[in-house]
Structures are given as C-alpha cells and as structure tokens.
Ligand binder design. Structure first.
Ligand code: SF4
Length: 267
C-alpha cells in the first residue's frame, strides 16, 4: 500500500529531517516497481523511500524527501510487513538519504534476516555498519549545488538556496564515507551527468576515491546516468551521456522509470 497518500505532515523544514529513534522511520512512499537505475535496472523491487536528506540538489527527483519533506512515521516491523505483502525479493531502500536515520540499520537487519536482496541508494556522505547487498552510491557533483537561480523553492526563504548553497557544498563529498562504502559493500558509483563539463570532476573524484579506498574501483563500477526527472529532459541529456560513457570507458545507466512513467510518484 502506498503511504505517500497518508502523510502526517511536513518534516522539520529548518533541518535535515533526520530521525534519531531506532525503531521507526519517516517513510515518504513504499511501493513495488521495476528498479530503474544501475546494474539491477529492470529487476522487480519493493521501494522503501525514507524522507529527509542532508543535501539539496537543485534537480532533486524526490523533492518531497528533501526540499519539502513529507512522510508517515512507520515502525520497522510495519515497514517489513508492508514489504512482505509484495512478491518481489529485491528491496531498494532509498530517499532522500536513508543512511541519515538510525533506524535504517534495524530495517536493513530485519530485511537481511528474511533473505531479501537489499540495495541502499545513498549520496555517499554517511557510512553505517549494516547488512547491505548493493551500495548504490551517488556522489553529487558541483553542478548539483543549488543557487538562487536554480532554487526550486525560491519563495521559501528558510529552506532556500541562500542557506543551502553553502551547506550542500560543504557536505556533498566525504571521502572517508565513500571509501568505507566501497570497502565494506558490493557497490556501484553512480554519477548524474548534465553535460561534458561534468566529466573532469567525475574522473577526478573516481581517482581520489581510488586513492583512499583499500579496494579496487574498476571502471565497470562507475556508472554515468543522464540528469533529468522527466522524459523530455532525459531525451535531451541521454545521447551525450551515452557517448561520454563510451568515450571514458565507464558504464551507462538508464532511468527506466522515467522512460516508462515520466515523473509519476511511486514509480
Ligand atoms: S542527495 Fe538525492 S535525495 Fe538528496 S537532494 Fe540530492 S538528489 Fe535529492
């Protein structure tokens, strides 16, 4: 059952929306669909989307977990029961930034105990010791940083880009967390690419992660994903990003859910 139709209100707009309790989580939506991104694209999966994020990408495609977070609070056992009501044996814990919340560890342990394959989609700024089958890590490039020109909530001063531009820029890369995620989990590094100018930063970041991580970071674990939350925008960015993947020897990942369902919620 989707929960986004049963939100209990907007999370703390002044803060990140993180939850410190260990037995419940702010859940924006919970649904079954096809994994749209990364090397498991196309696999039927149950999505558990937590609310709250420590970043504010201007192009955020889950706006209601970041810029204007909304959620229902669910206990971990309620989330697991909801997951079990679907057929899929893959689960994607996503956000927002799911690693912000203490109770995400309890959720991951409960899903692991039941034999689910669990992908965690994270911006790579937080590491937690938890059972994760695939860490899908999406470090945010400088082009993600909101500015007064790109702020999607320009009339909302307390959460606007004036405040978030600096905070986002300070937080968006944490090499210790990135190295730990690569070392402890099967992982993929997924970069949202808008244009060719992003590639200098992508290659620099990959090299710097390689320098600090104690495990190999093969080119095949580096995925380029076209920026765009709508079919129209993806059509603009897709050809260039596919070309860049071939040119740099990285992997291209589609956004199947956008191609199939555009920007509809619960897809
Ligand atoms: S890190 Fe992800 S959820 Fe957070 S603002 Fe950026 S795109 Fe949105």
């Amino acid at each position: 059952m989707p929960v986004s139709s049963d939100v209990d209100g907007r999370a703390d707009a002044e803060g990140d929306g993180s939850a410190s309790g260990t037995d419940s989580l702010p859940i924006n939506e919970l649904f079954e669909s096809l994994q749209g991104e990364g090397r498991l694209a196309g696999v039927p999966s149950v999505f558990v989307r937590t609310s709250g994020c420590n970043l504010r990408c201007w192009f955020c495609d889950s706006y209601h977990t970041s810029w204007e977070p909304t959620h229902a609070t669910m206990r971990v056992e309620e989330i697991v029961a909801e997951v079990e009501s679907y057929d899929a044996d893959h689960v994607v814990v996503t956000g927002g930034e799911p690693m912000m919340h203490d109770a995400t560890v309890a959720l991951l342990e409960a899903l692991d105990a039941r034999g689910y394959h669990v992908t965690v989609e994270t911006n790579g700024t937080i590491y937690r010791d938890a059972p994760i089958d695939l860490a899908s890590v999406s470090p945010k490039l400088a082009s993600s940083t909101p500015t007064p020109e790109t702020d999607p909530t320009p009339d909302d001063a307390p959460t606007g880009a004036d405040e978030w531009e600096q905070r986002h820029e300070e937080r968006r890369i944490d090499f210790d967390a990135l190295a730990a995620l690569a070392e402890e989990f099967d992982f993929q590094l997924k970069f949202v690419v808008s244009d060719r100018e992003d590639m200098a930063e992508v290659t620099d970041l990959v090299e710097r992660i390689r320098a600090v991580a104690d495990v190999p970071i093969p080119d095949s674990s580096v995925l380029l994903m076209p920026e765009g939350a709508t079919k129209d925008r993806i059509e603009e960015t897709r050809p260039l990003v596919a070309e860049l993947a071939q040119e740099f020897g990285f992997r291209y990942t589609p956004r199947l859910h956008v191609n199939l369902w555009n920007d509809a919620p619960e897809t």
